[in-house]
Design a binder for this molecule. Sequence first.
Ligand SMILES: Cc1ncc(C[n+]2csc(CCOP(=O)(O)OP(=O)(O)O)c2C)c(N)n1
Ligand code: SF4
Ligand SMILES: [Mg+2]
Length: 276
Amino acid sequence: MTEEKDLLTEKPGCLDDTDFEGYELVYERPSTLTDTKFHYCPGCGHSTAHKLLAEVIQELGIQDKTIGIAPVGCSVFAYDYVDIDWQEAAHGRATAVATGIKRFLPDKYVFTYQGDGDLAAIGTAETVHCVNRGENILIVFINNGVYGMTSGQMAPTTLKDMKTTTSPYGRDVGHVGYPIKVSELIAPLPGAFYVTRVAVHTPALARKAKKAFMNGFKYQKLGMGTSFVEVISNCPSNWKMTPVQTMDFMNDNMIKYYPLGDVKLPPKEALENLNK
Ligand SMILES: Cc1ncc(C[n+]2csc(CCOP(=O)(O)OP(=O)(O)O)c2C)c(N)n1
Ligand code: SF4
Ligand SMILES: [Mg+2]
């Protein structure tokens, strides 16, 4: 450990392969991530979610068969980071765009990547109808409880009493309603094949999230409906917290209201066909 620290202090930013001789390689940047530096704020969950998706796409060997639909929101530049084919969609319309692409190119692995403003506010109708039709795609839903990109307005997912720029005294549920649980809302629809809620703010949770993404891609082979992975995420900048403080807020507040775990699992018989 001491040796590693010395190396970093002595040669900051200019380590090369020879400096690591004798070390065991335990982690490698996925080849599916481009060299572009993330524009995300320090501690933002979008970065981890991107990295996990890139790892899954690499491990499944589907880089040249995957098409992502980028949203409007902080993750609008997702196409700059994960090295696959992308299509940008207008705000909230990602699932409609994904529907067209998947129906036209059924052999491709198609997923949308959307924030809560995008998916659960302006895109509510597209989301519900897409899942109700059982479109054979993966929807990745990053729920950070605010409109991050536009400076932290209240979203449908903002917690009760949570302060935002448009709810400076806290969300008044008597006035604007309760935070919406999208996973529970869509799970009863017959087109929903797999619905799960994950988080990425600890290594153990990130591993579970990766598994959920992996499932979402694999299940497309079955053609039996929509996979929906909700990622409870953080927004240090608009929550007005340090990244570390957001971890506590995630555990004490976000995850209490949005419990992690599977909301709807595919029928066992369906999964038996997966490895055939
Ligand atoms: C039609 C339209 N309406 C409103 C906007 C403004 N706008 C851009 S991003 C955004 C909210 C994004 O929030 P979210 O989807 O939660 O993503 P986050 O930035 O939090 O990741 C809004 C309202 C827009 N670009 N287009
Ligand atoms: S504003 Fe929030 S969601 Fe957007 S990059 Fe910064 S921390 Fe992430
Ligand atoms: Mg958001």
